[in-house]
Write a protein that binds this ligand. Structure first.
Ligand SMILES: Nc1nc2c(ncn2[C@@H]2O[C@H](COP(=O)(O)OP(=O)(O)O)[C@@H](O)[C@H]2O)c(=O)[nH]1
Ligand SMILES: [Mg+2]
Length: 354
């Protein structure tokens, strides 16, 4: 009789009931699945993926508990030491004359910065204060030297008294500014307009990228984040590669990845605040001779945006781009909501076509 069911036959009535129940379950699962959006954060290391992830926790998931805040306090203090280590590297690069009394601590920050991070709080504070009072440290700023420091350095130095003070507890903004490489895959879930969003954060370093494939199934949207500031920087893991070039290459690979063909792609051109500051000192034209416009935010950011958008394959693929500052909670709230609206609209029209 195969799959045909005849009314009146007891066994077949039972089979029919089971069959209907299974179909109802499948319909319910599909309905639930349509209510779940899987959004994957992708991009090179340091572009702002984890920062966005943290903002979503602050906006939608009650932020961070005490234990997490304590862990972040250690990380932020280590970030301070790391930033000062980069100042020491710059002092070496510019070959400053080092006064004898400044040499020993300078050498510590130059070579031994992780050991400094392990020192107890009072000792660490003393060393940080002393190093920042040195003539060689001040010279970097008074002579307006250009040197690489991690992106949270300005924020850390502005808040140094509080961070290195007694009983330091990080604020949500401190946590947003904390910097650590992401290893593996991290997921948070939260509700947004009757939908449940699963937001997946991954490590961006080259060695982490092979793990991305495991997260590619059933992705509703890729949120690709790039730093506008990368045009004059190189990768930490491979100084022979320019950060913007790496990000452009990665973006192209994502657009052409066969597992992501049906996913929406949203591009966040991030770090608008630092980009504005950078343009006061660095000429985009020096790194991109093709660019001959004014060295101002609007034309420069639009030029970089075009470098990404020109790689979109012509067959009906749309990419939506936004300029963002991931450390600004309100900005990210608005931009993420705008991105989700696009994703939801596209999802609805795709469901309508099925
Ligand atoms: N000023 C500023 N800093 C940012 C912005 N986005 C990220 N950062 C900082 O850049 C560093 C690296 O960001 P992170 O999210 O860890 O990068 P990821 O490697 O892509 O996860 C952190 O210290 C962040 O606070 C931004 O838009 N503006
Ligand atoms: Mg990260």
């Amino acid at each position: 009789m195969g799959n045909t069911f005849c009314k009146g036959d007891k066994i077949d009535d039972e089979k029919l009931a089971i069959h209907k129940a299974i179909e109802a379950d499948i319909r319910l699962d599909k309905k639930r699945e349509r209510k779940r959006l899987k959004i994957l954060l992708l991009g090179s290391a340091d572009s702002g993926k984890s920062t966005l992830n943290k903002q979503m926790r602050i906006i939608h998931n009650n932020g961070f508990n005490e234990t997490e805040a304590l862990n972040y306090s250690f990380m932020i203090k280590q970030n301070v030491i790391d930033s000062l280590h980069h100042h020491a590297l710059a002092i070496k690069k510019f070959d400053f004359d080092i006064p004898g009394q400044e040499n020993e601590l300078y050498q510590d920050f130059l070579k031994n910065h992780s050991a400094l991070g392990d020192a107890d709080d009072d000792e660490q504070k003393q060393k940080v204060d002393l190093f920042m009072s040195f003539t060689i440290f001040k010279k970097l700023y008074s002579e307006k030297h250009q040197f690489y420091v991690p992106d949270n350095t300005g924020y850390l130095l502005e808040n140094i008294e509080r961070i290195t003070g007694h009983h330091y507890t990080p604020t949500p903004q401190d946590i947003v500014q904390a910097r650590a490489s992401t290893l593996g895959v991290h997921e948070i879930a939260f509700d947004f307009k009757n939908f449940t969003i699963r937001l997946i954060d991954v490590g961006g370093q080259k060695s982490e990228r092979r793990k991305w494939l495991h997260s590619f199934e059933g992705v509703t949207a890729v949120l690709f984040i790039t730093s506008l500031c990368g045009f004059d920087q190189v990768l930490e893991e491979d100084p022979s590669i320019n950060r913007l070039d790496d990000s452009l290459e990665l973006f192209k690979n994502i657009l052409n990845n066969q597992f992501l063909m049906k996913s929406n792609v949203i591009l966040f051109m991030n770090k608008t605040d630092l980009f504005t500051k950078k343009l006061e000192f660095v000429q985009l034209h020096d790194y991109h001779p093709m660019y001959t416009g004014k060295n101002e935010f609007k034309p420069c950011s639009e030029y970089i945006e075009q470098l990404f958008l020109r790689d979109i394959p012509s067959e009906g693929r749309q990419v939506y781009s936004h300029f963002t500052n991931a450390t600004d909670t309100e900005n990210i709230n608005v931009m993420f909501a705008a991105a989700c609206d696009i994703i939801l609209q596209n999802n609805l029209s795709q469901a309508g076509m099925q």
